[in-house]
Ligand binder design. Structure first.
Ligand code: TYM
Length: 327
């Protein structure tokens, strides 16, 4: 079976962009892949985090993983900082990555914009992500479109290391969905939906109430044309809503647009509210059951042990190949 690895940062407000771009794939892939899903707390401290909140957000994401249908019997679920191999491999890869390629990463450029100086961790963030992936001999990485450049860097690093040292790493492929890969902000369809945007109505969080979901969708930016049509360039707001509708329903955007021909945006938005609420309600019910349970902690402990055993082998192999250590 092919190996799958992916991760989500525990920074709160996990939204439908995260779900439709990445998390939904995590569940589907369990059927016929050997899956490892991580809560990447080490990535989250590239930006300031409150320690108490961080701890809670780690458990929030873990509970959400299980609530959307990740089965800990089939997949490994664990927290990145519980497995030391991530930091170890990250350093080795850092010494083989170039400042030129890292400074071309668009996420770094965006996050460090207008700052005289940025944390070095923010700069090296994609190398840690490459370490996460390469540590498990991963074949497939399900992610949203915003991670494309990081996956390319991971592949470049794997190929570079293989060229230098022999057969060290599996070269992984990214996996991107057609309709959920880039969910845009509801108040500004030219920027992606994000956990940290100040306007809470710009996103729909997986734990939002039906009222909040309704308000966010009914307020969502569209245009004055009144025609439900998929046209990203000229109608980015409506196209984004069509994409969300399509990703939740599994229907084609053209088919959905045809259903609302001539009926304006009201009915379309109303139905999208219903589809979204129906999708998140069972997730929220499961989340309530599991979030405070001891079972959640047991699953993470077991996951760290299983991930640790796999990663130790890779770290040993890599250290041997580069000539590290005395014993
Ligand atoms: P993060 O935590 O920002 O996001 C988690 C996943 O959600 C996807 N995503 C989106 N998809 C569609 N539309 C959006 N608006 C949207 N916003 C976010 C992301 O692409 C991601 O798949 N660097 C990663 C975490 C990471 C990782 C890894 C992923 C660390 N190590 C190894 C895969 C493999 C990140 O910050 O994701």
């Amino acid at each position: 079976m092919k190996r799958v690895f992916s991760g989500v940062q525990p920074t709160g407000n996990i939204h439908i962009g995260n779900y439709l771009g990445a998390l939904k794939q995590f569940v589907e892939l369990q059927e016929d892949h050997d899956c490892i899903y991580c809560i990447v707390d080490m990535h989250s401290i590239t930006m300031p985090q409150d320690p108490k909140e961080l701890k809670q957000h780690i458990l929030d994401v873990a509970a959400l993983y299980l609530s959307i249908g990740i089965d800990p019997k089939r997949s490994i679920v664990f927290v990145q900082s519980d497995v030391p191999g991530h930091a170890e491999l990250s350093w080795i890869l850092t010494c083989n990555a170039y400042t030129g390629e890292l400074s071309r990463m668009t996420q770094f450029k965006q996050k460090s914009k207008d700052k005289e100086s940025a944390p070095a961790g923010l700069f090296c963030y994609p190398v840690l992500m490459a370490a996460d992936i390469l540590l498990y001999d991963t074949d497939v990485v399900p992610v949203g479109n915003d991670q494309k450049q990081h996956i390319e860097l991971t592949r470049d690093l794997a190929v570079r290391m293989n060229g230098k040292y022999g057969n060290m790493f599996v070269v992984p492929d990214g996996r991107f969905l057609k309709s959920g890969a880039r969910v845009m902000a509801l108040d500004d369809p030219t920027s992606k939906m994000s956990k940290s945007a100040p306007n809470a109505f710009s996103r729909i969080s997986l734990l939002d109430t039906p009222e909040k979901i309704k308000k966010s969708i009914m307020k969502a930016t569209t245009d004055s044309e009144g025609e439900v049509r998929f046209d990203i360039e000229n109608k980015p707001g409506v196209s984004n809503l069509l994409n969300i509708y399509s990703a939740f329903s599994g229907r084609d955007v053209e088919d959905i647009a045809a259903q609302y021909a001539g009926s304006g945006y009201g009915a379309f938005k109303k139905d999208l509210v219903e589809i979204t609420v129906d999708a998140v309600t069972p997730i929220q019910q499961k989340y309530e059951e599991i979030r405070q349970s001891q079972e959640l902690l047991d699953i993470l402990k077991d996951g760290a042990e299983r991930a640790g055993a796999i990663s130790e082998k890779t770290v040993k192999r890599v250290k041997d190949m580069i000539g590290f250590g005395a014993c």
